[in-house]
Ligand binder design. Structure first.
Ligand code: DC
Length: 234
């Protein structure tokens, strides 16, 4: 397909959204944008400033800081991936830590944070030819996205995948802790007032509980060829 597309991949935490979205980006030679990394970067900023911890959230301070936060993605040719930069600093590793994961849902409920990040995401979207993953990409950020995918998998399977990923990176966690964090994030993400996680009406559902990445790509190619067929007819 020659047309430049915006592809939105939304879904629950640890569903394999970024693995799948990266595979799509690689196949189409598109840019992959991890919108969750942006919420994580804001969370890290607020943790460092002392605006959030397990017992307090200084919302006024956070609202006032949004103009000082700059988030960019830069390509690292050594790992052939984009990395997240917070005010010029590479924070890719730090934003994946458990402490950030446990506070990010609280940060992502805050209106000023969402408004600013949606604005940045739309700026990135101007160039098209992107695959962006997150929770509200097909519903709020790009309601006119060309292809919308809503991913899901059972919480136990998601926890197992995330647990293995963290252990593989040398992070010390136990499975129950990971499962609890996933269930907690599902509840907060789906129940929040602003831009809750929900399937866009025109999104394709992909339950990848029992699917390999290759199988998911076969599924995607089928959607893409249907889309190309529709474009050809219009
Ligand atoms: O995709 P992730 O798990 O790295 O995302 C981290 C958190 O950010 C997740 O708990 C929900 C939030 N998020 C969001 O609210 N909206 C998005 N578009 C992306 C992520």
């Amino acid at each position: 397909m020659n047309k430049k597309l915006i592809i939105a991949v939304d879904g629950y935490s640890s569903c394999g959204k970024s693995t799948f979205a990266k595979a799509i980006a690689r196949e189409l030679n598109y840019i992959f944008i991890d919108s969750g990394a942006m919420y994580r970067a804001v969370t890290l900023y607020c943790m460092r400033k002392g605006y959030i911890d397990r017992s307090t959230v200084k919302e006024d301070k956070i609202n006032n800081s949004m103009a000082d936060i700059n988030i960019r993605f830069r390509y690292n040719p050594d790992i052939e991936e984009h990395e997240t930069y917070l005010n010029g600093e590479n924070v890719e590793e730090e934003i994946r830590q458990v402490e950030v994961s446990s506070l990010v849902s609280i940060i992502s409920k805050i209106r000023s944070v969402r408004e600013r990040l949606v604005e940045m995401q739309r700026e990135i979207g101007i160039m098209k030819s992107i695959v962006m993953d997150g929770r509200d990409i097909g519903t709020v950020v790009f309601p006119d996205a060309d292809i919308k995918i809503f991913m899901t998998a059972s919480p136990e399977i998601r926890a197992e995948r995330r647990y293995k990923e963290l252990i593989g990176k040398g992070v010390k966690v136990n499975y129950d802790e990971v499962l609890n964090n996933i269930s907690e994030r599902d509840t907060i993400d789906s129940g929040r007032e602003i831009s809750p996680l929900k399937k866009a009406e025109d999104a394709y559902i992909l339950d990848n509980s029992e699917m390999t990445v290759n199988q998911q790509m076969v599924w995607f190619r089928d959607i893409l060829s249907k889309k190309s067929g529709d474009e050809g007819r219009n």
